[in-house]
Every structure is written in C-alpha cells, then in structure tokens.
Ligand binder design. Structure first.
Ligand code: IVH
Length: 675
C-alpha cells in the first residue's frame, strides 16, 4: 500500500514532521494546551524516527527525536560567557524595594522609569546561545566568567526550543533563564531516592542543579526539568524594552512566566509584592522571591553595573517559612549501616501546610554548633526546603538550669560504644551483627523492590520477624514456612503464602541485585552492578585482593576495604553459604559472557521498554554479538520486538498490527542460549 519514498520526498516529509512535532511540543510544554492526543503524537514521532533511520543523510542533532537523550557519558567542557553572569542585589522588605526605586529614578535625573516585576525562580541559572534560530550551546553559570557546557543535557528539556518558531530573532543572541525541577517532579524523584536509600535532595534547586550536571542525558530527560527565561542579550535585539524583548522571546517559543508585568508606580510595586507573597505558593515551581527590573534598555545602559550586579535590577526575597516550637527530646536513630543521626523531637507545629514533629539535626557537629539545651524553644524552617531543619535557639526562652544536650557515646539501641568515622562528622555503632535496628534495617533493605523484591515484607514485618526470633539475619528468610508465619499476629494464610512465594521468587533475582541486597557498606546500586558485571561471581569477588578490587571502575580504597572487611567476617560468610544453599544467584548467567554466535543471523530486533536483567545497551550488544540487527522502529521486516516493562503503546499497537512477535527477556535469552 505504501509506496517507497524517494530520498527527496523523505527529506521533505522529515522536515514537515519535525516542524509539526516542534509545534506540538510547544503547545504541550510551554502553553500547557496540547492539541493532539498523546497517541497521535507518538505516531508522528515514530514516523519521524523511522524515516530518520532509513534516510540517515537527513540527520540533524537538533531533531525533536533527539530529545530523549543518549546514554553517552562524557566530562563537561567549559566555555567563557560572552557577558559575565552576575548576581542580583537583595532586599527583604517592601521599604527597601521602594528605596531602591527612588534611588534609581534619582540616578536617572528624575526621569520616570517603568519597572518590570517578575518571579525569582529558585533553580539554577543557564545561558543559551542561538545562531540562525538554532540552539548551539548551553552553559551553566559556573563562576560567572565561565561555566560548564551542558548542551546535551539541556536539549532533553522539552520546553526549550531547539529550533526557534516565528521570526525576527537576531542572527546570534544569548538568552538566560532558570532551569527548575517542578514540585511534582521533585517529590517524585525524592520518593524514588528514599526508596533506594539514596540521599534526598533538600530542595528543588539542588535537585535541578544536580540533575543538570548528571553525566547521563537519558537520566536528565527522565527527571522532568523545565526552564523559564528572563533575560535577552545580544547586539541587535528586536525591541527597546526588556518587557517587549521577553514577549518576542515568548513568540519564538521560550517559556516566559505569565507573572511578568509592567509596573508604573511604587503603589503598583507594593501591590505586586503583596499579591505574590502568597500567590506564589500555588505555582508549580519553587520561587524564592521577586525581581524588579528597569524596563527601558536605554535607562539600563545609563544605570550600568556595579562589580557584582546590575544597578537596574533588584531582587526581593520572600521570608523563609519559620516557626518556633519546644524541644521535647533529642533521639538518636540507628540506620542499617550503623550511622547515628540525632533527631529533634518537637511539640507539633504547623509549618507551610504540614505538621512538623521531627527535624533532623544531621550529625554531632551540626547539633553542637546549635548548642541546644533541654526543652529549648527552637526555630524550625522550611524555606523551600522540603525537610524541615532547625536553624536556631530562642535564648530568651531558655529554662534556668537546663542542661546542654549531648551527643550519645553509646548506641541507644544496643549499648555498644560508638566509633567516630575517620574524616567525617559521623558516629557509627560497630555492633553490626548484634544491634537490632541494623539487623532489621538490613532485612528491610534485602527484601526491597530494587533488591530481592520480596512481596509482603516491609518495615513493620521485618521488625516483627526479628522480634519473634524467626528472622535473625537475611538467610533466615529462606527457612520461613506458611505454617510458622501463621503463628504471627496479623498473618492469615494468604499473607503468609505471599511472603513464602516472594522468597521463592527471589531465588531467580540476578547476581548484581543480590550483591546490592547484601548491604555491604558503600556498595550502592550502581557500584554493585559495575562489580557484578566485571567479576561475574561472588566466589571470584570473595577471593579478590585489595589491588584487584581497586582495578574495578568506581571502586576506590574505601569500597575495596569495605568489601574485604565484609567477607572477612565469619558471620557474613556463614550467611552467604546458607543463601547459596537456598538457591540464591551468586553468578551472572553464562549467556552474557560468551563471545556470541549465529543464533540471530538474519533477524532484525526492535528493543522497547525497561528491562530488569540487563540494560538496553547490553541487549543491543547481545543482538549484534549473535549476528542480529538492532533497529529503532517496527516494520514488516522486523523479526521480533524484545519488550520489557512499559513498552510504548504505539510500538505495541504497531507490532500487533503487523503480526510481529513480541518476546520478553527470558525468551530472548533462551534464543541465544538454548538450554
Ligand atoms: S535577572 C544581571 N531574573 O537569580 C541580572 N535572575 O540572584 C541577571 N534568577 O543568577 C539575572 N529568577 O540565576 C533574573 N526573573 C529573574 C530570575 C533570576 C531567578 C536567578 C538567576 C540569577 C540569580 C541572581
């Protein structure tokens, strides 16, 4: 039915599709008013991808199909800013803003000056360079003079135009803005990190900055960054005022906040502050203040700059959300790896919409610097921070004779003398194998979704299994039976069966996840994967010398030492032997180790979705190693679709329509390694 396109026809079609997709991206990501269904959008994208892979001569690194990001990792280059990236003077009250307005007008010999009011977005600054309407470079603020080139990462942010729309842009210009992580994406990311026991981001600003510096554009794309623009620079700007230039930028496709307004008097400035002091809480992104700018570019030029900031602009910072409440007591939490965290337990207090009862004091140094005494009145803050923190003590409220709170010298759970971690402010309980919260923490970690994924066991059940004496270490999980579990409070046959089935299923979890599940200090998810891929078996890992271990990418002296120490323990070696006897995977399967073969000769395979045993890249390599061809889009010529979780609906539909068989990981692995 479909006639084969000539290269010229394909070129035109590719151009048309790119334009159409760019337009829909803008409607969706900038205007928040999509015009087509996701499915139809996916179809357009698939069609573009298919044509691009068939006609590589029309390749364009700025094609909308390239926004997904590749897995390439590379170090950042640095580039000098054309105009230095300065900061803004700060004010904290309406009066100070009013005084600045007056000073500015005086400096302009009494000329009236229109101001522009804007949100001060709380993210990380970015400078974008466009040439002939195309994004050529994205650079972070850096030290103000030069910054990191993060173009590949920035290209994954869907609301940033790669190719401008409309007309009238200068041949070359710079636009500055703020890269932000919207609240929703921030909460999602932190929930995910909490689950993986990765350190949480304290606020969206840190998360945005951290994400932008990630060496993996695909990960950047996944996290959902956004960007607002507020400053146009260049030789031939289209208009004479800041406001009109920003409207022009908006017409070229940039996201410019609707909160931007012209203000004509001090009264209007004050009303603007009053309005946004509360209205900002409804915005989808974090803001830490407002910015006022002189609108006329000619007036801006007259006012000029100080060494650090422009005289034609000023920031007004919102007051941090703060509350005063009484300390009930300081408790000391013991984590899975024995780290002791001091926590202030407070009289419940309402702070920006949530009730705060506990706030971390982080470590001994931070706690002692605050010099907290028993029953002190403490200031709790949440200024953009999601995790409340104690920022000070109200000394006038201190009770006579109250004692200074001291850091504990012994573990609050098991009484063992604590050990200070070399070079850190942290204390740990060294009683790894006898300290209840550490044991329970390790069981809880072991059964987690990203580890052994044992259904039906969570925080509470782990504690219950421990206190009943049934599970004293992770190997005991494999001795659980439905009958024994049913003797525990809250366990019916069904829930007991679920646990036993989960334990059984964990025996086929691949070795890299097992290694992460063991709770070897400093061996996180990524390190465990790297090690497993390199050494392929636990026996080999156990026999490796310190030097050999340090030869593995990602493994430094600290991790090597920790691994040696872990396996030196007789208790651990015993647990490992029992896990092995129960059938837990201590080797990576053969198929990935072999050099390849001919099993897939003449086959074209499309990969879609997320996989659990190997990464997409590993599957790609396997397809090629076995003589097959990996292709990006499904056609009549496709032999199989190798599908993981969350396969795209458009791909699924297409495979079904064309009758292409869809296979899963196990079926694929069986194909290249029968038996
Ligand atoms: S104008 C020369 N406008 O705040 C002045 N900056 O504290 C250029 N920021 O480095 C900055 N929202 O990263 C401007 N509406 C806004 C802003 C804004 C956030 C950031 C920006 C800047 C920092 C200064």
């Amino acid at each position: 039915m479909e006639h084969k396109l000539t290269a010229a026809e394909a070129g035109l079609e590719i151009q048309r599709l790119r334009q159409e997709i760019n337009l829909h991206n803008h409607k969706y990501y900038v205007e928040n008013s999509p015009e087509i269904e996701d499915r139809d959008y996916d179809m357009l994208m698939k069609r573009l991808e298919a044509l691009e892979s068939e006609f590589p001569e029309f390749e364009d690194p700025l094609s909308p199909s390239r926004r997904v990001g590749s897995d390439l990792t590379k170090g950042f280059m640095q580039a000098a800013h054309i105009y230095p990236m300065l900061s803004l003077g700060n004010t904290y009250s309406t009066e100070e803003v009013d005084a600045w307005t007056e000073r500015t007008e005086n400096a302009l010999s009494g000329q009236n000056s229109t101001l522009v009011g804007e949100m001060k977005f709380d993210g990380t600054g970015i400078s974008l360079i466009y040439e002939h309407g195309r994004l050529v470079r994205a650079v972070t603020r850096g030290d103000g003079e030069k910054g990191d080139v993060v173009t590949e990462n920035v290209k994954t942010i869907k609301s940033i135009p790669l190719q401008l729309m409309g007309s009238g842009w200068p041949e070359m210009f710079e636009i500055r803005g703020e890269i932000v992580l919207p609240w929703e994406a921030f909460d999602h990311l932190n929930r995910e990190r909490e689950f993986n026991e990765e350190p949480l981001f304290a606020n969206p600003r840190n998360a945005a900055a951290g994400t932008l510096k990630t060496q993996n554009p695909a990960e950047v794309a996944r996290r959902g960054l956004d960007a607002y623009f507020y400053y146009l620079l260049g030789e031939n700007l289209p208009c004479q005022t800041h406001y009109d230039n920003m409207l022009a930028a908006r017409s070229w496709g940039f996201k410019v906040s609707d909160a931007m307004t012209r203000l004509h008097s001090i009264e209007e400035v004050d009303a603007y502050i009053k309005h946004w002091d509360t209205a900002r809480k409804k915005l989808p992104v974090a803001t830490d203040g407002l910015v006022f700018k002189v609108d006329s570019l000619r007036q801006q030029l007259n006012l000029g700059f100080t060494a650090k900031s422009p005289r034609w602009a000023i920031a007004y910072k919102f007051a941090a959300q703060r509350a005063l409440t009484r300390l009930r007591f300081v408790s000391f939490d013991v984590g899975r790896l024995g780290y002791i965290t001091p926590v202030a337990n407070l009289e419940p207090v309402l702070l920006s919409g949530t009730i705060v009862k506990r706030a971390s004091l982080h470590n001994q140094d931070i706690m002692e610097a605050l010099d907290i005494h028993e029953q002190d009145m403490l200031y709790v803050e949440k200024g953009g921070e999601i995790i409340p923190k104690i920022t000070g003590v109200e000394l006038s409220e201190r009770m006579a004779g109250s004692e200074r709170v001291r850091f504990v010298s012994h573990c609050p759970a098991c009484g063992t003398a604590l050990v200070r971690v070399e070079g850190e402010a942290a204390w740990v309980c060294p009683n790894r194998y006898g300290c209840p919260p550490q044991i329970v923490g390790r069981v809880e970690h072991y059964v987690g979704r990203r580890m052994m994924n044992i259904d039906g066991v969570g925080e509470e059940t782990s504690a219950q299994l421990f206190s009943s004496g049934m599970v004293k270490d992770i190997a005991d999980l494999y001795d659980l039976t439905v009958e024994r579990l049913m003797t525990l409070e809250g366990f019916a046959r069904k829930s007991a069966e679920r646990v036993v089935e989960g334990v059984e299923a964990s025996k086929s979890v691949p070795f890299d996840r097992v290694l992460f599940a063991l709770s070897i200090p400093f061996v996180g998810e990524t390190t465990a994967k790297r090690i497993a891929k390199k050494v392929r078996s636990l026996d080999r890992l156990m026999s490796m010398s310190r030097e050999e271990l340090e030869g593995i990418e990602d493994v430094g002296p600290k991790i090597a030492e920790s691994i040696k120490e872990y396996f030196a323990s007789e208790i651990n070696r015993n647990i490992i032997e029992r896990l092995r006897a129960s059938g837990v995977q201590f080797d990576l399967p053969e198929e990935a180790q072999t050099a390849g073969g001919t099993a897939l000769e003449g086959k074209t395979i499309v990969i879609s979705g997320v996989f659990s045993k190997y990464s997409r890249d590993e599957y790609k390599a396997m397809i090629e190693a076995y003589g097959g061809k990996n292709s990006g889009s499904i056609s009549k010529k496709t032999s199989y679709v190798l599908a993981g979780e969350n396969m795209g609906p458009a791909k699924y539909e297409k495979a079904r329509k064309l009758g292409v068989p869809i296979i899963n990981e196990d079926e694929f692995l069986a194909m290249i390694n029968p038996g």
